[in-house]
Design a protein around this ligand. Structure first.
Ligand code: GLC
Ligand code: GLC
Length: 647
C-alpha cells in the first residue's frame, strides 16, 4: 500500500526524474554497461537522458507501476539502452546527429518507397544488393524488405512467425550480410525498413518452446490459460482475424492449456503485461537498430494489449507501449523511426500517428477508397476522407500505397459512409463482389480472402494490375493503374510501390501449389520477380513499358515539385462526382491535383476554377494552360496543375 502511494506520487505533478534519483540511475547504467564517464559519446547519451528519461519513466510506470519490481525492470532496461548505445556503430551515430530533431528528410517530395520479399524478388540478400542500380533507376529512397529473420517453413506466414529476431533466415543470407546491405543502401541514399513483429512470435521461438514445455517463466511470456474459462471470456468480445485458420483467438496446447493466437495457430501473442517481455523485446528492437535499420514497420500494433471485456484492439495501453518503445529508441538509437501498421477504423489509425509514437503510418483508408472510387466511378467517399482524415501532426507522415502484401479490407468508417447515404455493410458486399468479378461489368480479377460466411466479412487479394483488369492489356487498365498511383503520389506522404507493380505484374495462381501457401490467397499477389515484364519496361508500346514510363514520369515530376513535400492538403470540390480534386499548398503557389475516376471525359467547370488565375502550369506537359474556360479530363486521366490565386 505504502509502496504504491509513493509511486503514484512519482508520476504525479512532481517531475518523475526528480523523484526517482535520475542521475544516480544514470551512473548505475553507465557502470553496469561498462561506460567511462566523461567520454564524449556518453555526454550525448546523457543529454538525451535528460530529455527523454522522464517520458520513459512515466510510461513505464503507467504500464507496470502496480508491480513491486517495476523499478528493477526499469533499471535493467536503462542499462540495456546504455549498452546498446555504447555498441552502436560510429556511422549510425553520425546519422543520428544529422537527423536529430528534423523530419524534413522523410517528408521530402523525393521520398519514394518500394517493398519486396527478398526470396521472391531477388533470391537472397546478395540478389537484393545486385538490384541497387535498378532501385536507383526507379528513384527509390526507401526499401522495405519483408520479414527476413528465422521463421519455420513452410508455415511462416511469409516470415511473420518469427523464431529468432537476430538470425537471418539462412536461405536469404547472414546477419552480417544484412548489416552490409543496410550500409550499402544508405550509401546509395536508400533507407532500410524492416518489420518489427512484436505482437507475437512463432510457436517455435525458444521462448514459446519453453512455454509449451511448461516452464513458468516463459509461460508468462504468452497468454496461456489452464482451461477454456478465460479464453471463452475473452472471446466474447474479440474478432477473428484469420477465421479460415482457426475459430476464435486461442489454440489448444498438447498439455490441454490454451494459448492466445490472434493470427495463425502458430503465431502466439506476447504478453506485454509482463515487464520482462517488454525488456526482452526492447533488446531485440535495439539489435535491429544497430544493424542499420532506419525505419521499423511496427506490425499489428492494434493487438498488442489485452483487457478482458474489451475487443483487445487499440487499447490505450497499446499506445503507451509504443510510446515506451519509442522512448527507448530516443535514448539508444535516436534516428530510428516507427511506421504503424494499424489496419483499423480511421479514428483509431490516427491515434498511432504522433512524433512520440509512430512517426509514419500506412494510409489504409486512402488505399481502400482509391479502389472504392475505381469501382463506383464516384469519388465522394475518397474526397470526404481527404478532407477530414488526411491532415496529421507536424513531424509525422503517411505511407501511401495502392497495394501491399496483404489483402484489401474495406476499413472506411460506417458513420462517414452514412453521411453520404451509403450503407457500410451493403457497400462492402458490393465492393467484394465487384473485385472478385462477380458484379456485372466489373473489370477486376481479384480473389476473396478469409471469406467468413458467419459474419459476412470478406477481404480482397490480387495485384494492382489484376485488380485493374490488365489481363486484357487494355489502355483503360493501364490508365487505372496510373490513376490509382497518381493519388498515392500526390496527396502527401511517402508513396510506396509494391515492387513489380511498376511493370504491371499480374496475379500468380501458382500459390495453390506452393507448400504452406495453398490456403492463403494473399500469395496470389506476391508473385516471383517478373523478369519478362521487367525486360519490356523500356518499350512504351507494351503495357509494361506504359505503366513503367507513367510511374517514372510521376516520380520525376513529384521530386521536382516542392509543394508535394509534407502532408498538408486542402480540399477542392470539383462539383463533379467522377473527379477527385485536392490542393497542396506551397510557398505562394499551390498544386491543384485532379483525377477522373469515370469512364467518360469529365469537365471541371470554369466557375469551379474561378478562384484561380487564368493560366496554370501543367506539370506533366510542362506547358502553360488556360483554365478559365474549364478543364476537360479524359477517362481515367489525372492532372497536376500549379495554380495561382485569381488576382
Ligand atoms: C500483419 C502482416 C500480415 C501478417 C500479420 C500477422 O498484418 O502485414 O501479413 O499476416 O501481421 O503477423
Ligand atoms: C492486419 C489487419 C487485418 C489484415 C491482417 C493481415 O493486422 O488487422 O485487417 O488483413 O492483419 O491479413
Amino acid at each position: 500500500m505504502v509502496e504504491s502511494a509513493s509511486l503514484d506520487q512519482a508520476s504525479g505533478d512532481q517531475a518523475p526524474g526528480d523523484h526517482l534519483p535520475g542521475h544516480q540511475l544514470l551512473s548505475v547504467a553507465a557502470e553496469r554497461a561498462g561506460i567511462r564517464l566523461g567520454d564524449p559519446d556518453w555526454t550525448d547519451y546523457e543529454r538525451r537522458f535528460d530529455r527523454h528519461f522522464p517520458d520513459l519513466f512515466r510510461l513505464f510506470h503507467q504500464l507496470y507501476g502496480s508491480r513491486p519490481d517495476w523499478q528493477e525492470h526499469l533499471t535493467s532496461l536503462l542499462v540495456e539502452t546504455a549498452r546498446s548505445w555504447k555498441d552502436r556503430p560510429a556511422d549510425l551515430k553520425v546519422l543520428d546527429a544529422e537527423r536529430d530533431g528534423t523530419s524534413d528528410w522523410f517528408q521530402s517530395n523525393r521520398m519514394l518507397g518500394g517493398v519486396c520479399y527478398v526470396d521472391r524478388y531477388a533470391a537472397d540478400l546478395e540478389g537484393v544488393r545486385a538490384r541497387i542500380p535498378y532501385f536507383k533507376e526507379l528513384g527509390l529512397t526507401y526499401l522495405h524488405l519483408m520479414p527476413l529473420f528465422l521463421a519455420p517453413e513452410p508455415l511462416s506466414d511469409g516470415g511473420y512467425a518469427v523464431s529468432s529476431y537476430r538470425e537471418v533466415n539462412p536461405k536469404l543470407g547472414t546477419t552480417e550480410q544484412l548489416r552490409e546491405l543496410a550500409a550499402e543502401l544508405r550509401a546509395n541514399g536508400i533507407s532500410l525498413v524492416v518489420d518489427f513483429i512484436f505482437n507475437h512470435t512463432s510457436n517455435e521461438h525458444e521462448w514459446a518452446r519453453k512455454a509449451a514445455e511448461g516452464d513458468p517463466r516463459y509461460s508468462d511470456y504468452y497468454w496461456i490459460f489452464p482451461d477454456r474459462a478465460m479464453p471463452d471470456a475473452y472471446e466474447q468480445n474479440v474478432r477473428e482475424i484469420f477465421p479460415e485458420d482457426h475459430p476464435g483467438s486461442f489454440v489448444e496446447l498438447p498439455d490441454g492449456r490454451w494459448v492466445w493466437a490472434t493470427f495463425h495457430t502458430f503465431q502466439w501473442d506476447l504478453n506485454y503485461s509482463n515487464p520482462e517481455v517488454f525488456r526482452a523485446m526492447a533488446g531485440e528492437m535495439l539489435f535491429l537498430a544497430n544493424l542499420g535499420v532506419d525505419i521499423l514497420r511496427m506490425d499489428a500494433v492494434a493487438f498488442i494489449w489485452k483487457q478482458l471485456g474489451t475487443s483487445c484492439e487499440n487499447l490505450p495501453e497499446a499506445h503507451t507501449l509504443l510510446q515506451a518503445f519509442n522512448a527507448v529508441c530516443r535514448l539508444a538509437a535516436p534516428s530510428l523511426l516507427f511506421k504503424s501498421e494499424a489496419i483499423v477504423h480511421p479514428d483509431e489509425v490516427a491515434l498511432y500517428i504522433d512524433p512520440a509514437e509512430c512517426q509514419l503510418s500506412y494510409n489504409p483508408l486512402q488505399m481502400a477508397l482509391i479502389w472504392e472510387a475505381m469501382a463506383t466511378r464516384n469519388v465522394s467517399l475518397l474526397a470526404q476522407a481527404l478532407e477530414r482524415r488526411h491532415n496529421i501532426p507536424d513531424g509525422t507522415t503517411w505511407v501511401n500505397y495502392v497495394r501491399s502484401h496483404d489483402d484489401i479490407g474495406w476499413t472506411f468508417a460506417d458513420e462517414d459512409a452514412a453521411e453520404l447515404g451509403i450503407n457500410g455493410f451493403d457497400h462492402r458486399r458490393f465492393l467484394n463482389s465487384f473485385y472478385v468479378n462477380r458484379f456485372p461489368g466489373s473489370f477486376a480479377q481479384g480473389v476473396p480472402f478469409q471469406d467468413n460466411p458467419r459474419t459476412g466479412d470478406c477481404r480482397i487479394s490480387g495485384t494492382t494490375a489484376s485488380l485493374c483488369g490488365l489481363e486484357d492489356g487494355s489502355p483503360e487498365a493501364i490508365r487505372r493503374i496510373l490513376l490509382a498511383h497518381s493519388v498515392a503520389f500526390s496527396t502527401g506522404g511517402i508513396p510506396l510501390l509494391y515492387l513489380g507493380d511498376e511493370v504491371g505484374q499480374l496475379n500468380d495462381y501458382q500459390y495453390a501449389m506452393e507448400d504452406g501457401h495453398e490456403a492463403d490467397s494473399r500469395w496470389v499477389h506476391r508473385p516471383q520477380f517478373p523478369a519478362e515484364r521487367y525486360a519490356k519496361r523500356t518499350d512504351p508500346a507494351t503495357p509494361e513499358g506504359a505503366v513503367f514510363e507513367g510511374l517514372r514520369r510521376m516520380t520525376a515530376v513529384r521530386s521536382g515539385t516542392p509543394e508535394l513535400a509534407g502532408t498538408r492538403l486542402l480540399p477542392f470540390a470539383t462539383n463533379n462526382r467522377g473527379v477527385l480534386g485536392y490542393q497542396r499548398p506551397g510557398e505562394g503557389t499551390r498544386i491543384l491535383a485532379l483525377a477522373n475516376f469515370s469512364d467518360d471525359p469529365q469537365v471541371v467547370s470554369a466557375e469551379t476554377l474561378s478562384g484561380f488565375a487564368a493560366e496554370a502550369l501543367d506539370l506533366f506537359s510542362g506547358t502553360t494552360v488556360r483554365i478559365d474556360e474549364g478543364i476537360v479530363l479524359r477517362p481515367q486521366d489525372y492532372a497536376w496543375l500549379r495554380v495561382m490565386p485569381a488576382g
